[in-house]
Design a protein around this ligand. Sequence first.
Ligand code: 4HQ
Length: 259
Amino acid sequence: MRFDVVTLFPDFVRQCAAVGVVGRAQQRELLQVETWNPRDYATDNYRTVDGRTCGGGPGMVMLIDPLRAALKAMREAAAEPVHVIYLSPQGARLTQGRVEALAKLPRIGLLCGRYEGVDERLLAHEVDEELSIGDYVLSGGELGAAVIIDAVGRLQEGALNDAQSAQQDSFSDGLLDCPHYAKPVRHALGDVPEVLLSGDHAAIRRWRLKQALGRTWLRRPDLLVQRALDKESRALLEEFRREYAQSERERLANDAAEQ
Ligand code: 4HQ
């Protein structure tokens, strides 16, 4: 798959996509990241890409024409149609579900705004989808583009090795991830849970699922509301809750005893 990023900061986006799993996917030619700088498509002597907002007030807006020319060049360099995404807080929140759907597309264009954003008329004519990476304000769309390249890029066939398998990820089944441990088994900071050393793969799978369910219930109950649990998961979560309630009672009793 190929990403085409329209940005005033091409080096920044390229560097974000050059490291780790996604960087390796590019080296293996599973993934291509190209950049298009609207400044290269400005036509005046100053290579102007922004203008004052109509209606007054502070801040600048990215001009239609340099962006349109950059997008035109980008589309003309593509054999397939390009699905163009604009990054902004006004977009739909990016989810793993959306990431998985995007991973199936052959080409994605990522339009990065700076300043107050992009002239609305360009968005209406050139953009297929508006996405937000979260409810906070960034100084530009580049980090959002890098997030999409990373989350989508790592799902390309061959990008992850078995140990990193996307199947086991947090969110791949709509739950938070279970805790992870490595050696040493005994440590001043605590011991590795016994079941993980048992070699009983069925028991380990159940423990991990139970922890994933329990943490999701504790930290992100909203994720459980959206998701129907099967019989095993309901039973494991019930166990987790019982044990959690018991440990809370013990903790409170201890705290009271120490007072
Ligand atoms: N911005 N998710 C404003 C974001 C953002 C977000 C990008 C700031 C666009 C004009 N992008 N510019 N949140 O805050 O994607």
